[in-house]
Design a binder for this molecule. Structure first.
Ligand SMILES: [Zn+2]
Ligand SMILES: [Zn+2]
Length: 173
């Protein structure tokens, strides 16, 4: 969905409120693809701050289907963002401004690109089903949140092994 901001850029105190249609069904963050389970978008407001400068306001509330990073359990990820951004008209934009607002195309704003950008910036570093998720057993693959499998998961630290070797050798001498 493209919205032309020419009027907002050029008219002092101009405010435009637009209902947003978003066709996105999934989100790709470059690593994985997440299906969108639900999406809510408030109408967006485009306000003239000064000539050639506009403010964008709106709210996005998305739920994605994701997997826990540790145990691979399917969990919803909620991204809720209160959008507030300033954009400049192409009459005064520099290359840096363009980098910062990749969703601007001349006088037009690509709303899907903006929404993508907001989600990407707010995407969690880690997705966990719960803070203390125990993950899966590296030996048998059992989800350790469900039950303890009893496998011997002791993986010796290689540095400790080296010390143990020296001690062992000294004993022999
Ligand atoms: Zn988990
Ligand atoms: Zn196990």
């Amino acid at each position: 969905m493209l919205i032309n901001l020419s009027d907002v850029f050029r008219t002092r105190d101009k405010i435009e409120v637009v209902e947003i249609a978003c066709e996105m069904t999934e989100f790709q963050n470059g690593v994985q693809t997440y299906r969108i389970v639900s999406k809510e978008l408030s109408p967006f407001t485009f306000t003239n701050v000064e000539i050639d400068k506009a403010k964008i306001n709106g709210e996005i509330d998305f739920i994605f289907q994701a997997l826990c990073d540790r145990c691979a359990e399917e969990i919803p990820v909620n991204i809720k963002v209160n959008v507030e951004r300033f954009v400049l008209s192409p009459r005064i934009t520099t290359e840096d401004d363009q980098m910062e607002s990749p969703f601007m195309d001349g006088y037009q704003i690509d709303m899907e690109a903006l929404i993508f950008h907001e989600i990407l910036e707010n995407w969690p570093m880690k997705i966990l089903c719960k803070e203390d998720c125990k993950g899966v057993c590296p030996v048998c693959g059992q989800n350790l949140n469900v039950r303890e499998c009893g496998c011997d998961r002791f993986i010796p630290d290689p540095r400790m092994m080296a010390i143990a070797d020296i001690l062992e050798r000294n004993k022999e001498v």
